[in-house]
Design a protein around this ligand. Structure first.
Ligand code: HEC
Length: 98
């Protein structure tokens, strides 16, 4: 292959990479979304939320947020935690088992 073509292909690939890495995870539009995006994206991807939504009942979401705060040190105060849990449970809570 012509080296100039190969070179420009590589350049294009490297320009495209950062955009692909910093992928935005679109969360459901609901009250508390901004807070969740601010509080939950600093350590890991927001994709953890939809990814786990199939398994997490309200109690477990509550425990998750508590774990993020106590075990991992997420700087979230009680008020924020309540808003965040409300959002997660309503938008990403697993359906109740019969
Ligand atoms: C201070 C850093 C930090 C913040 C802030 C944080 N997390 Fe986490 N989170 C972690 C770590 C560390 C893990 C476990 C290791 C991993 O899988 O990356 C984790 C894992 C998870 C998991 C996967 C299940 C599990 O327990 O391992 C979920 C779901 C999750 N976080 C949700 C959240 C939500 C929701 C928020 C916002 C309220 C949040 N995280 C904020 C550090 C954080």
């Amino acid at each position: 292959m012509d080296h100039r073509i190969l070179g420009s292909l590589l350049l294009m690939a490297s320009l495209a990479a950062p955009t692909a890495m910093a992928q935005r995870v679109p969360l459901a539009q609901a009250p508390g979304k901004d807070m969740v995006e601010a509080a939950c994206s600093s350590c890991h991807s927001l994709s953890y939320i939809p990814m786990n939504s199939r398994f997490l009942s309200p109690e477990v979401w509550k425990a998750e947020v508590t774990k993020m705060r106590t075990v991992f040190g997420a700087p979230i105060d009680d008020d924020a935690a309540n808003t965040i849990i409300g959002y997660l449970v309503s938008q990403y809570g697993a359906p109740k088992k019969p």
